[in-house]
Write a protein that binds this ligand. Structure first.
Ligand SMILES: *[C@@H]1O[C@H](CO)[C@@H](O)[C@H](O)[C@H]1NC(C)=O
Ligand SMILES: *[C@@H]1O[C@H](CO)[C@@H](O)[C@H](O)[C@H]1NC(C)=O
Ligand SMILES: *[C@@H]1O[C@H](CO)[C@@H](O)[C@H](O)[C@H]1NC(C)=O
Ligand SMILES: *[C@@H]1O[C@H](CO)[C@@H](O)[C@H](O)[C@H]1NC(C)=O
Length: 471
């Protein structure tokens, strides 16, 4: 009996809100509703008691260092003179933004070094002063083992069990930023998908471009004038192929498709197979997720980013099936990053404001196919402005922390729209546990779910006992 209450509750809700009848009927409905609430709460308590984890608080250990709330006082200088034109050139001009977002998008901001620290502060695994070894510094330039800034934006990490190695795939954006036309978004020509390998999640070796752009074939999906975003790779045990899914588009984002590529090796080269509109729908920001039972899913922003679609892939992971559900309908979310903890599915998403940062939301579900429920902003610490802008970044992936129960690494991109190749990585600890903040749609105000928390840290490292820090 896997939490039938959510479904039950949502049906009740539908019936209840759908009836436009007399006061009499309303009163009776309401009384029935109250009785139901009581029943649900009784069942809930039994459930919780049986499971021995009251209110779904997880049994994970406490990670004192990671869960320390770290304040970061940030003073925004008073506006003086004219802002650079780029400050107002986000994709959604009319949307009201937070002052920090204007400051962030202003190339001439006096506090730009706070958002984009100078290269001399780079995290350099090959030349790190002993004390900073294995520390993540969110927002600083991060160098690979050859001393070059890592190019793996909008990325994801695959743990390859066969080699015991992590592979980080992402957009290789080391080219000039320009606008294809006056109203177009800032872009970099497609170069390809970058791949980096690591045993410890800190020191990354460049494995090269594993899926390269086409220089000359203008009709090809991978022509440099097109768009390739958010590549993600999973391994198929049956076919023994590494399968990459990505967002494929034209410069105006009208193609709105997914692309699929495969390789026999994690380090490629990947063979590009095709692009398509999954389930016949437009598909922009996307991710794939491989569940414990080997079934993989694709999730993508659709219907002009107003809703997310989710559906299982075929057994070979090369296509979608006919099964699809619409989730977070009308919520306008993108950049989904999925993960699973103690049998429950979680997800972090962003709003849709182009390259400009916005507020992250956490979502939770018993089944990956939904219903999904929004449980609020997961960002903790830093300052209010950081919390309202996902630490000036956008979600891309959530990776389980090796050997740590209930602890994850939240991976996000701090986009630099005036120079996209200089976009930074914001990696922070994410923990699941504790009750959520507010009353929720499907739970009638009962805190049925665990909280998802992403803690700001100026610097942090994986806890001792992670396979990575034992090296
Ligand atoms: C490392 O830490 C020690 C003790 O905290 C300190 O004395 C030393 O100056 C630090 N070294 C560097 C290179 O930061
Ligand atoms: C260019 O790409 C298209 C679409 O993938 C393909 O059909 C065509 O054969 C390619 N042309 C050349 C010359 O490779
Ligand atoms: C994109 O839109 C612009 C302006 O609306 C148009 O001039 C251009 O041809 C379009 N490009 C593509 C690749 O569709
Ligand atoms: C998305 O927007 C386009 C252009 O505004 C419109 O033609 C199309 O019908 C919309 N699609 C959906 C599914 O809402």
């Amino acid at each position: 009996m896997k939490r039938p209450m959510s479904n039950f509750g949502s049906q009740v809700m539908r019936v209840f809100s759908g009836s436009r009848c007399s006061t009499f009927a309303m009163v009776w409905s309401f009384m029935g509703f109250v009785v139901l609430l009581h029943l649900i709460s009784v069942c809930r308590q039994k459930d919780a008691a049986n499971e021995g984890n009251h209110l779904r608080t997880s049994n994970r250990p406490i990670y004192l260092e990671l869960e320390t709330v770290e304040e970061d006082n940030l003073q925004i200088p008073p506006p003086k003179g004219k802002r650079s034109p780029h400050a107002t050139k986000s994709k959604n001009k009319n949307r009201r933004t937070h002052p920090i977002v204007d400051e962030f998008l202003d190339k001439k901001s006096q506090i730009r070094h706070v958002f984009f620290p100078e290269k001399r502060t780079a995290v350099d695994p090959m030349n790190s002063a002993g004390n900073d070894s294995f520390y993540y510094f969110p927002g600083r330039v991060w160098l690979d083992t050859e001393g070059n800034p890592i190019q793996a934006h909008g990325g994801g990490v695959l743990y390859d069990e066969r080699s015991g190695t992590y592979y980080w795939y992402g957009e290789y954006k080391d080219g000039p930023t320009y606008h294809a036309h006056k109203r177009g978004a800032a872009r970099v020509d497609v170069i390809g998908v970058g791949c980096y390998s690591s045993k410890d999640l800190w020191m990354w070796k460049n494995e090269g471009i594993v899926l390269a752009a086409k220089e000359t074939n203008e009709t090809h999906d991978l022509h440099k004038s097109k768009v390739l975003e958010r590549p993600k790779v999973i391994y198929n045990e049956k076919t023994r192929k590494y399968v990459m899914w990505m967002h494929i588009d034209d410069a105006n984002y009208t193609k709105a498709a997914v692309g699929v590529a495969t390789s026999d090796y994690p380090t490629g080269p990947f063979d590009y197979l095709f692009s398509k509109r999954p389930h016949g729908f437009d598909s922009r920001d996307m991710t794939i997720f491989k569940d414990d039972d080997g079934i993989a899913y694709v999730m993508y922003s659709s219907e002009n980013n107003s809703v997310l679609h989710v559906g299982p892939l075929t057994e070979d992971y090369l296509d979608v099936t006919h099964v699809m559900r619409r989730i977070l309908v009308g919520q306008h979310r993108e950049a989904p990053a999925l993960f699973k903890h103690e049998g429950t599915y979680y997800m972090i998403t962003s709003g849709c404001t182009g390259w400009a940062p916005n507020e992250a939301m956490a979502h939770v579900a018993d089944s990956i196919m939904g219903p999904w429920e929004t449980i609020g902003n997961p960002c903790i610490g830093g300052n209010k402005m950081y919390q309202l802008t996902t630490f000036l970044a956008q979600s891309t992936f959530v990776l389980p922390m090796p050997g740590q129960q209930g602890a994850f690494i939240f991976m996000a991109d701090r986009w630099n729209p005036s120079d996209l190749r200089d976009s930074r990585y914001v990696w922070l600890p994410l923990l699941v546990g504790g009750p959520v903040d507010g009353p929720l749609e499907y739970s009638f105000g009962f805190p049925l779910w665990s909280r998802v928390s992403i803690y700001w840290h100026r610097k942090w490292r994986l806890p001792k006992g992670s396979s990575s820090s034992t090296k």
